[in-house]
Design a protein around this ligand. Sequence first.
Ligand SMILES: NC(=O)c1ccc[n+]([C@@H]2O[C@H](COP(=O)([O-])OP(=O)(O)OC[C@H]3O[C@@H](n4cnc5c(N)ncnc54)[C@H](OP(=O)(O)O)[C@@H]3O)[C@@H](O)[C@H]2O)c1
Length: 247
Amino acid sequence: MGRLDGKVAIVTGAAKGIGRAIAVEMAKEGAKVVINYNSSEAAAQEVADEIAKFGGTTMVIQANVSVADEARGMVKKVLDNWGRVDVLVNNAGITRDKSLRKMTDEDWVSVVDNNLNGVYYCTTAVMNPMIEQKFGRIINISSYVGQGGNFGQANYGASKGGIIAFTKTAALELARYNITVNSLAPGFTLTDMLSKVPDQVQDQIKARIPMGRFGMPEEMAKAVVFLAADADYITGQQINVNGGVYM
Ligand SMILES: NC(=O)c1ccc[n+]([C@@H]2O[C@H](COP(=O)([O-])OP(=O)(O)OC[C@H]3O[C@@H](n4cnc5c(N)ncnc54)[C@H](OP(=O)(O)O)[C@@H]3O)[C@@H](O)[C@H]2O)c1
């Protein structure tokens, strides 16, 4: 008996990293999982294959969530095939790190489009079916950087801080329909995103983490499953899974 038996979950950006771990963990708990990807088709199929090995059910869908029609088209496809959406994990995200003095308008707009606008498009696409079924769990992956700031990440920090603020208002508006909306704020986590940071900077970051190590994608996934499966009376909150780097 899984904690998400009978549930349909969409995980955006699920081909790699934290999204991949969330998709696998949710499938282990019995959810039917939509593995969304933008460019990593082969990696997304690998996640589906991994889940199939233990008997899980998935649907792989390509959609760039920063394009409104593609985000809405993905949700329509899920509804057409599986009839409902119970859980949405807005995980897709990118970085374009530069100090403000070097940042271009394109660096700013692309990060806000992918990280924040995508959350808006996907949330509003699942909202009406969730209202009709009087059940929904929406989990938005923010970041410690949206809380504490980080040198070279004004665009990313603004997008992630925006997610936290968006989460609170969405939680207020949707609570009456038994839809909870929470954000998970990971600290520095071992994925491709972190591996783009030069080794020397990674060492400096690690020195600032009270627990003395980076987080693992699976540790983020466990907290997301908790919010999806066990947190019926928690809404509008930020759950920090960050080794103590921001308290
Ligand atoms: N790693 C960290 O230290 C850390 C810390 C705090 C928060 N986070 C957040 O956690 C989330 C996952 O990050 P990660 O570290 O797992 O990064 P990652 O390994 O780079 O994976 C991110 C995934 O997001 C997908 N994606 C990006 N833009 C998309 C779009 N417009 N539409 C659909 N998919 C899109 C990418 O898809 P394709 O590969 O298919 O293009 C990619 O597979 C992000 O929101 C990130 O900001 C990460």
